[in-house]
Design a protein around this ligand. Structure first.
Ligand code: DC
Length: 209
């Protein structure tokens, strides 16, 4: 593939956002938080009164909506950076992420984004190593204990994180799975910089081999 991508998957609270963001900064690459995209579409549905269970209406929304994730998450020009992390959105986003029509549009947008970046992109989510960029330069699967992941998610709580784990990994459309060729990094008790250093080393080895 011509574009450089580091693909990072893992469950909620495994450190994907912090690690991917810091890694992108260290490399001077772009960063894409794909969970924020699913969340932004969910926010727009709730805002405009579209039923998140309506598969085709949600698919059409995902196709037509104007989405940006940087410098802040916005949808149709409206800043939703704070709104995407609310409990209401935590509840509804799993339904939206299980919709194959929505996923199709998100995957298209994610590939387009990476194509447009001058150097490379660090992309994080649930299906990045398996579906979106199966030929990525480097594939990483982050894990951490449920206790630590729930602590990182703050108010969301262990029960909600566990519920999303089940929803994300058992759905029919692109469930969260560890790609056979992904390198696994357990971030339990590890600092972000430490995880970034390890991935940078993997990248170096990959490029040399
Ligand atoms: O990473 P996050 O918690 O912000 O993700 C929000 C939801 O979106 C989560 O329930 C899983 C889903 N998601 C997904 O299905 N595929 C992705 N590539 C990213 C997120």
């Amino acid at each position: 593939m011509s574009v450089q991508v580091i693909a990072i998957d893992g469950p909620a609270g495994s450190g994907k956002s912090s690690v991917a963001r810091a890694l992108a900064a260290a490399l001077g690459w772009s960063f894409l938080d794909t969970g924020a995209m699913y969340r932004a579409v969910t926010v727009e549905a709730l805002h405009t009164g579209i039923d998140v269970h309506d598969v085709s209406a949600m698919g059409e929304l995902a196709r037509s909506v104007k989405l940006t994730t940087l410098p802040r998450v916005s949808v149709n020009g409206r800043d939703v950076e704070d709104e995407i992390r609310t409990e209401t959105v935590n509840e509804a986003v799993s339904i939206v992420a299980a919709n194959a029509l929505v996923r199709h549009q998100m995957v298209r947008r994610q590939r387009e984004f990476a194509d447009e970046q001058p150097l490379g992109t660090v992309v994080e989510g649930r299906d990045i190593t398996t579906v979106v960029f199966p030929n990525a330069t480097l594939k990483v699967f982050l894990t951490a204990s449920l206790v630590e992941r729930s602590r990182r998610r703050g108010e969301e709580g262990e029960a909600s994180v566990a519920r999303r784990d089940v929803a994300d990994s058992t759905r029919l459309a692109s469930p969260l799975r560890q790609a056979p060729d992904a390198l696994v990094l357990d971030t339990t008790g590890r600092k972000v910089d430490d995880a970034v250093e390890e991935i940078m080393q993997w990248l170096k080895n990959q490029t040399l081999s």
